[in-house]
Design a binder for this molecule. Structure first.
Ligand code: CDT
Length: 363
């Protein structure tokens, strides 16, 4: 059957942030997020994405020994309030604005999950997806690949990256989800009925299939593929990426060029390999004396950048994307999901860390 190429359009935005310095009041940061939403609405945006840990400074670069100070960076969550951040003074206004504008949002934040039974807590680097049509958050993702170290590097010149100290690796896997109300005329399960049309005939016709990643995750093909195997059409990824650090080789300019290149390479390849759009959005510029890359981008399912930021400051990057363009990549000869050879990939699930194969002998 010929693939259905009826356009499925949605206007989306990457809401890049300049620095959130340590001394920046929470209200001032929130005001910048809300301004982004107003500016986005003026351009017809229906989905806006904010960076990783958007509500605060990127505290994992700091060695904080005071538990109360650390706690101040985290948002509450529990079984009865899984999206507690949306009830806080810095979350509720985002919900109110989203509802008023009919705009979905992706928000990165630090989540402190408290177990109601024993009162213990677990900290995650988290993002949620709020659906204005649903009137609630419909998805949560916790960062799986935490970079850096638990203990600070000994080198006195070093810039630290202590995510392994502050967070537990995500435990939710890579759960794709559908976002209601974003595209016109989306096919619903009710339309198909029990035992109705086969799976193939519904593909690419329903509400958009989304997946979320956080920063370092974008460098892992496994993360993207986990979404690709669920038919993902749009991956959203927020980041804080160090531009350069004194302990590494190369001038700041050389290191920044490499950091920017590897960011682009990862995001463009992830989109191409899974025939999905992606929104990649950073917090950037000089934050607390350390530089982070910009390069917020919206990428098409071919891996091409269709819109990108030009500054290292607050900047809105907007594009109207057609989700039907994913069909070409998902159905063409390569179809990287369909032609996988599981019988040959055992090593990928069995091993962490490279084990060099044996040396050759002289004879
Ligand atoms: N935030 C985050 O995950 N940053 C990492 C860089 C860590 S530098 C050791 C990234 O992959 O961009």
């Amino acid at each position: 059957m010929a693939p259905d190429r009826t356009p499925r359009l949605v206007t989306v935005a990457a809401a890049q942030l300049g620095p959130n310095n340590k001394d920046a009041p929470r209200e001032a940061i929130l005001a910048r997020l809300l301004k982004h939403m107003d500016d986005a609405a003026a351009q017809g945006v229906r989905l806006i994405a904010f960076p990783e840990l958007a509500l605060t400074t990127f505290f994992p670069v700091m060695l904080l020994r005071d538990a109360d100070e650390v706690a101040g960076y985290f948002e509450p969550a529990s079984a009865s309030r899984p999206y507690g951040v949306l009830e806080t003074p810095h979350g509720r206004p985002l919900v109110d604005k989203a509802n008023a504008l009919g705009m979905d949002f992706y928000l990165g934040y630090a989540e402190r999950w408290v177990d109601a039974d024993d009162g213990t807590s677990t900290d995650y680097n988290t993002t949620l997806y709020y659906s204005a049509a649903a009137g609630r958050a419909v998805a949560k993702y916790r960062k799986v690949h935490l970079p850096g170290t638990v203990e600070p590097l000994a080198d006195p010149r070093a810039y630290q990256q202590l995510e392994k100290r502050y967070f537990t690796p995500g435990n939710l896997g890579f759960p794709a989800f559908r976002a209601p109300g974003l595209v016109e005329g989306a096919l619903k399960a009710d339309d198909v009925g029990v035992g109705g049309a086969g799976q193939g005939s519904t593909e690419g016709k329903g509400d958009p299939i989304l997946g979320m990643l956080i920063c370092n995750d974008r460098r892992w093909p496994e993360a993207w593929r986990s979404y690709g195997l669920q038919g993902v059409e749009l991956v959203i990824e927020g980041y804080n990426t160090t531009a350069w650090a004194p302990q590494y080789d190369g001038t700041p300019e050389q290191q920044t060029a490499d950091a920017d290149f590897h960011h682009r390479l990862s995001c463009q390849a992830g989109s191409y390999h899974n025939a999905a759009w992606s929104i990649n959005v950073g917090k950037c510029g000089e934050e607390n004396g350390q530089w982070m890359i910009g390069g917020s981008m919206i990428i098409d399912p071919n891996g091409r950048v269709v819109a990108e930021s030009k500054t290292l400051d607050d900047e809105l990057v907007v594009a109207t994307i057609d989700l039907s363009l994913c069909r070409k990549g998902k159905e063409r000869v390569f179809n990287f999901e369909k032609h996988r050879r599981l019988d040959q990939y055992g090593i990928i699930l069995e091993q962490v860390g490279a084990k060099e194969i044996p040396l050759l002998s002289r004879s």
